[in-house]
Design a protein around this ligand. Sequence first.
Ligand SMILES: Cc1cc2nc3c(=O)[nH]c(=O)nc-3n(C[C@H](O)[C@H](O)[C@H](O)COP(=O)(O)OP(=O)(O)OC[C@H]3O[C@@H](n4cnc5c(N)ncnc54)[C@H](O)[C@@H]3O)c2cc1C
Length: 302
Amino acid sequence: MYGAGYRKGTFIVEHQGVETEKDLSVFRNSKYVQSNIGNTFKEALGHLKAGRWVCFSGTPCQIEGFRSFLRGREYEKLVCVDLVCRGIPSPRILTRYIEAQQTLIGGEFTNVLFRDKHYGYHYSSFSIYNKERGKDYHKGVDSNAYLRAFFNNLSDRPSCYDCRFKKRYRKSDLTLWDCFPIEKFTKQMDGKGTTRVLVQSQKGKMIMDAIGNELRTVRVETDKLVSDVREMFHSVPMNPQREQFFKDCNAMSPVDFFRKWFPITWKVRLNAFIRLTCHRLGIYTFAKRMFMLVYTRKDDRK
Ligand SMILES: Cc1cc2nc3c(=O)[nH]c(=O)nc-3n(C[C@H](O)[C@H](O)[C@H](O)COP(=O)(O)OP(=O)(O)OC[C@H]3O[C@@H](n4cnc5c(N)ncnc54)[C@H](O)[C@@H]3O)c2cc1C
């Protein structure tokens, strides 16, 4: 199985292959940073030629890249899984961000999660776990600089702003992405997080049929499943300040750079306080929906 995980002992994300169920955990959690493919295409091809099963997961561009590498040849024992991908930040920004946090927090980081469920699925946080437990860090999209850069379309790689791989029909067998508005589809799930799975091929269907009984699944008509998914079809627009953002990233100290671009103003604090309070009162999703209803254009709400 191939996917994106941290290189052992570092926070550098790279594609790697694992052989055992236990090792699959390295792929867990979305890493909002470009994963280095390294030699994995070549390695995976070696396994396919030797008649072994290979499951390759990655962003849509990585999966199409892998298919091109295979020169369109079909392998019976190959399963490809891609994601709906908003866009993918440059590794340079992550490196600088971790340097900044190391200066500010100190201690020894044991894990970095881009969308941790510390406060829950609907209000996920950027979390940094430390050897000294008192130093653990959790901040939401409202006040975490890395997530603010990502969702303000400042940090993505240039190709992501004009992505050719955003489409409904993919070269994968299965496409995965989040299902935040789960109540639109079923009342049977809890609020702990649900993943949408779009079957792209006969092989993908066979897999879902085979494992369906072991998962809590609900079948949904495809048009309905993809209808609210902007990121599946449209690239995010490049922030006009992106060039300056990267210039500053290279010229300034990491702490000064993130402070300059994402200062913790009273507005930021208030936003974080309101979100956290709504989360604690158990009305986060409801409040967010109401906010969207009032403040977004009718067309954007679909
Ligand atoms: C960069 C990125 C952007 C995303 N954008 C959206 C979005 O806009 N909307 C949406 O609904 N869902 C998006 N997703 C998908 C979503 O975050 C979940 O990955 C998906 O719902 C599956 O959830 P999961 O909990 O089952 O798996 P997770 O544990 O979240 O994901 C694990 C899988 O993702 C792969 N993966 C993780 N990070 C990377 C990476 N950097 N590069 C390549 N593969 C990676 C791993 O190999 C593994 O197979 C994005 C994921 C990534 C990595």
